[in-house]
Design a protein around this ligand. Structure first.
Ligand code: MN
Length: 675
């Protein structure tokens, strides 16, 4: 595996069969080496005359895949399958032939990574999902299938530059969505990081260059300083009879990007944090805790960052103690303390079972056992789903069971239950942040407050000191803390009655509509408020905030209402009802419509009522941008000779209080996005 202490290898290191054999000699028996070599000969013959898009002979691809797995010291059958992995799909070889020649296990592994016949599918999505499902089923029988698949994908990612840009991007997307997370879920850090690396480089080449350059520059500047820190830590541990190997973990471009999400100031904050891996030689768990004590005596720990993943391993089996140390004003050290066994699992995950002959503990502490449980759980689920596309969606969801980890702009990782929204996160950070949150940026893009957060996203909560929680949030928050705090807020906030409404409307504490991002807002059909009207909202369960004119009788009848303001950036058109009294004359409706169209205005509804005095009343719902626009329309209509009067409906006839209020009549409508 490439070392991350140096820049990554050139995109396509070409491995020869001699390179592979050299690696095999280090850990396989002579007989096993011979078996691998015979698989190589078979594959070379089968692929003879085939070429990759890069222009090299096809066999170099399976060779490279086998070399990736040999470097992970996987067993000889996996390596044979790696060499043969494309012969069923791309050559006339049948599974039975492989089974006869190399045994049923190798044949099963090869078949598991082979795609189904393309002819069967109507769309690419369907074929991709079906192939994935097939591979997943094969993997449940033998988990080594996924190791071959991941190594295959890794080599394809390394050689992506030979592909057309559109296909390269599609592959990178797929890898980032499913294969990199699977590698992570199985704990195989080396594969996971390199897959992410190539995805990021393919999808965002410029961002990659900028961050990479910044990383190299900072690293060069502080080489000496870090050497001093490393030897100091090593000496202190040694002095306490705790020999340990301390190494600097190289900053990974994608990890920095995710954390800094491209804001230069936070990019520097994340560059100011280095990661040290401290592997204590002792196998006693207690010694990891002792080591952390010694570190805390040497550097000041930053409160809130001590994580005990030894007692509570991560879902993929990862174990370590984490602590953040303040070294100087511009340098923090994230120290990860492990013993050598934990370090092996952290690097190799399920592959550690072969790589280091690690036993499988049914106690559930190895990644292998955890992975098996995960796969079996998904298979259970699969029984109830016939559709392969639904299955792949489920796998994506389940790649991070139970919890999501999100990153705050300060680099803090916060764990939330699955389904948690930005509002949950805001309350998890601090009640005041929750109470004043108005929106969120996920990976630097604005999202609605009710959008569930996903694993690994960096989330920034936007607040406005004038904002306040919305009762509607109770419909979607999932954490107890958010729920309790929102309820508490409304319990402690005095209800507004009509008497102080006017007063509050004038006060700046009013709730600006622009800050209701994420809250369902609809506009009442009884009074049709439009921008620049004085407005207030009534909260209605299921509909969210329903906005009425401030003098709408329904509002006056409601026990609790919220003063609101229009956002100055409102761009959409809003419906408003106008009444036009006209003489009964041929073509009058056409004249009125033409006048309305003249002002770039659409008619949404027309109702014509005969009046006792032989005139007609046209009740029109038109859409306008604001009051000014409406005034222009009314003026245009007034110029027509056949028009006796024109007005906005509700200025001369408001619904009476006797009419029961029906919120269903309101037109649900999302507010225009403030950004
Ligand atoms: Mn392949």
């Amino acid at each position: 595996m490439p070392s991350y202490d140096s820049p990554l290898p050139t995109p396509s290191p070409r491995f020869l069969v001699s390179d592979l054999l050299e690696t095999l000699e280090t850990y396989l028996s002579a007989e096993q080496q011979r078996a691998v070599y015979s698989a190589y000969l078979f594959a070379a013959e089968a692929h003879d005359g085939q070429w990759r898009q890069s222009g090299e002979a096809y066999i170099f691809h399976p060779l490279a895949v086998a070399k990736i797995l040999a470097d992970m010291r996987l067993d000889y059958q996996t390596l044979m399958a790696a060499l043969l992995h494309d012969v069923i799909e791309d050559t006339p070889t049948a599974k039975e032939q492989l089974a006869q020649q190399f045994g049923p296990e190798v044949a099963h592994l090869v078949d598991g990574v082979s795609k189904l016949d393309k002819v069967k599918f109507s769309s690419r999505a369907e074929s991709e999902a079906s192939n994935f499902q097939k591979m997943f089923l094969a993997m449940a029988q033998d988990i080594r299938v996924i190791l071959v698949k991941l190594a295959d994908r890794l080599h394809n990612m390394r050689t992506l530059s030979a592909m057309k840009p559109a296909s390269a991007r599609r592959k990178a997307h797929e890898t980032l969505e499913i294969y990199a997370p699977i590698a992570q879920r199985l704990g195989i850090a080396c594969l996971h990081w390199e897959l992410e690396h190539w995805c990021f480089l393919t999808l965002y080449p410029w961002r990659y260059q900028i961050i990479n350059r910044a990383i190299r520059r900072t690293q060069m500047q502080r080489t000496e300083r870090i050497q001093q820190i490393i030897s100091l830590i090593q000496q202190r541990l040694q002095a306490h009879d705790l020999p340990a190997l301390v190494t600097l973990e190289s900053l990974r471009v994608f990890a920095v990007y995710r954390k800094a999400h491209l804001q230069m100031d936070t990019l520097h904050t994340s560059l100011n944090q280095i990661e040290l891996k401290i592997v204590v030689k002792s196998r006693q768990l207690g010694d990891c805790y002792r080591a952390i004590g010694i570190l805390h005596a040497s550097y000041k720990p930053i409160p809130g960052h001590l994580k005990d993943y030894i007692a509570i391993p991560k879902t993929n089996g990862y174990q370590a103690l984490h602590t953040l140390l303040a070294c100087s004003e511009k340098l923090n050290i994230l120290a990860r303390i492990q013993n050598s066994e934990m370090e092996q699992v952290a690097q190799m995950g399920i592959a550690a079972h072969w790589c280091y002959n690690m036993p499988i503990h049914p106690s559930g502490h190895t990644s292998y056992y955890r992975a098996e449980k995960w796969i079996n759980g998904l298979l259970e689920l699969q029984k109830n789903i016939g559709d392969s596309q639904e299955f792949i969606e489920n796998v994506k969801m389940d790649l991070f069971p139970d919890e999501v980890y999100v990153v705050t702009p300060k680099g803090e990782i916060i764990t939330l239950p699955r389904g948690a929204t930005p509002v949950d996160l805001a309350y998890a950070i601090h009640t005041d942040i929750g109470n004043t949150c108005i929106g969120a940026k996920v990976d630097n893009r604005r999202v609605h407050l009710l959008k569930p957060l996903l694993n690994g996203q960096s989330v920034q909560i936007l607040t406005d000191p004038k904002a306040r929680p919305s009762p509607d949030w109770l419909n979607f928050v999932v954490t107890g803390k958010a729920r309790t705090q929102i309820k508490l807020y409304f319990k402690n906030t005095p209800k507004l009655d009509q008497g102080n409404l006017a007063q509050v409307s004038l006060h700046p504490t009013s709730l600006a509509i622009k800050s209701t991002d994420g809250l369902a807002v609809s506009f009442a059909a009884c009074c049709h408020p439009i921008p620049d009207d004085a407005i207030a909202g009534i909260f209605s369960p299921g509909l969210g905030m329903v906005v009425h004119l401030a003098n709408c009788p329904h509002l006056l009848a409601s026990p609790q209402c919220w003063p609101m303001e229009w956002s100055s950036t409102t761009q959409t058109e809003f419906p408003v009802e106008i009444w036009v009294k006209v003489e009964e004359k041929l073509g009058v409706l056409a004249l009125v419509s033409a006048a309305i169209a003249e002002q770039q205005c659409n008619i949404e509804q027309i109702l014509i009522e005969m009046q006792p005095d032989n005139t007609r009343l046209l009740k029109l719902v038109i859409s306008v941008r604001n009051r000014l626009h409406l005034a222009d329309v009314l003026r245009e209509i007034k110029t027509l000779a056949a028009v006796k009067s024109v007005s906005r409906s509700n200025t001369n006839l408001l619904p009476t209080l006797a009419t029961p209020y029906k919120p269903q009549r309101a037109r649900p409508r999302r507010l225009p996005h403030p950004l």
